[in-house]
Design a protein around this ligand. Structure first.
Ligand code: PMP
Length: 386
């Protein structure tokens, strides 16, 4: 039997999305597919709120978005600042370095914390950075960054620096407005709050980022990740014309098309508010039991997942094993320094926004509570049996 997949991505998918994965072989230049691809690119502009940005949908995962930023926007020897709130900042920095960037990390003062805003300003004033990267939600710590405020501070302090957002664990679940906030690139993946199976890297680059790309001196330092290759392809699909550079993941893009249609069918603000409500419900429940969150302050805890420490005396593998035995899969810890001490519950997309699927969260909390009891922990304010 299928176990509920309540990890921070891949998430539970809608049946209509899944059905697209089982469609017959279709040419990547079939007019019906071109129409779906083109419409998906247009919907991305709405979701990322980038009227004139360039969207990309390329087979790969979120990680490919880092390669795209590194290979297309940073020339070897240029400086990159990573505003680091967890493992995914470490990894983005590692990727930038592979392409020859000089990477500086501005680390949060503690795991689960965020760097002080004046430290960010000080850093971007201290030397010239081509890009500053911000992880909107770091999936390893459950920390949410205030991208709106940070982007403004960075642009005010260093107008030519490109503001790059890793939105893998946020896009579709956390408020985002590229145009209003002055964000240059947002990269994400299909398998989280966009509600599609894994397999697609999704990126939107602002007009300013594309200008920076077009005026770079040396050619991009990658082949498959090169925007020189992909930009004409995306423009062709949007113009509903056939084109080819490398074969797109036809079925996965059809699935994305369906999930994006569901996403834009309702106001985005409503969707984000639903994520806040579900997140508060999960967090208040586990806090009520006496557990402790990984984010050091509730105000910067993400709304797409909850990262929470195991209570004292409860062994992680036993608890997660017991929960899985009850049909619910959550994720263990990921941050290398504290991995064995905490776990993560994903609550984005379908499970946060569709009436029928809200029961996913109830089932998760109910079974988690009984698994905790079986492991010898007595939750303080246990939920009343319904
Ligand atoms: N950034 C963040 C914030 C992530 O959560 C992840 C995946 N968990 C990635 C990047 C990498 O994405 P992917 O696993 O799809 O390559």
């Amino acid at each position: 039997a299928h176990k509920l997949c309540m990890i921070p991505g891949p998430i539970e998918f809608h049946d209509d999305v899944l059905a697209q994965m089982a469609t017959p072989a279709t040419s990547h230049v079939d007019p019906s597919f071109i129409g779906e691809f083109g419409a998906s690119l247009e919907m991305l502009r709405k979701i990322f709120k980038s009227a004139k940005g360039q969207p990309f949908i390329v087979a790969g995962s979120g990680t490919l978005g880092w390669d795209m930023v590194a290979a297309n926007l940073v020339e070897p020897g240029e400086n990159a600042l990573v505003v680091n709130t967890g493992l995914f900042g470490d990894r983005f920095g590692e990727c930038l370095q592979v392409y020859g960037a000089k990477v500086t990390h501005l680390h949060a003062p503690a795991i689960g914390a965020i760097p002080a805003h004046d430290e960010v300003v000080k850093a971007v004033k201290a030397q010239k950075y081509k890009v500053v990267t911000i992880t909107h939600v770091d999936t390893s710590t459950g920390v949410l960054q205030d991208v709106k405020t940070l982007a403004k501070l960075i642009r005010d302090a260093s107008p030519s620096t490109l503001v790059i957002v890793d939105g893998v664990c946020s896009v579709g679940g956390e408020d985002l407005d590229m145009d209003a906030w002055g964000v240059d690139v947002v990269l994400t993946a299909s398998q989280k709050a966009l509600g599609c199976p894994p397999g697609l890297c999704v990126v939107v680059a602002s007009e300013r980022a594309m200008q920076s790309f077009q005026t770079r001196v040396a050619p991009p330092t990658a082949y498959y990740a090169s925007w020189a290759k992909w930009t004409p392809i995306m423009q062709a699909y949007e113009a509903r014309k056939p084109s080819y550079f490398a074969t797109p993941a036809v079925q996965t893009i059809k699935a994305l098309h369906t999930s994006l249609q569901q996403l834009v069918a309702k106001p985005l603000a409503e969707r984000y508010a639903q994520h806040v409500r579900i997140s508060d419900h999960v967090k208040q429940t586990v806090l009520g039991w006496g557990l402790k969150l990984v984010p050091t302050d509730y105000a910067h805890a993400a709304h797409t997942l909850t990262a929470v420490y195991y209570p004292e005396g409860v062994a992680g593998p036993a608890l997660l094993g017991a929960l899985s035995g009850k049909g619910v899969v959550v994720a263990g810890g990921l941050h290398p320094k504290i991995a064995p001490t905490y776990f993560r519950i994903g609550h984005m997309g379908l499970s946060a926004t569709h009436e029928a699927e809200l029961k996913h969260i109830e089932q998760t909390l109910k079974h988690l509570e009984s698994a905790l009891r079986e492991q010898g922990f007595a939750p303080k304010n246990a939920t009343k049996a319904k």
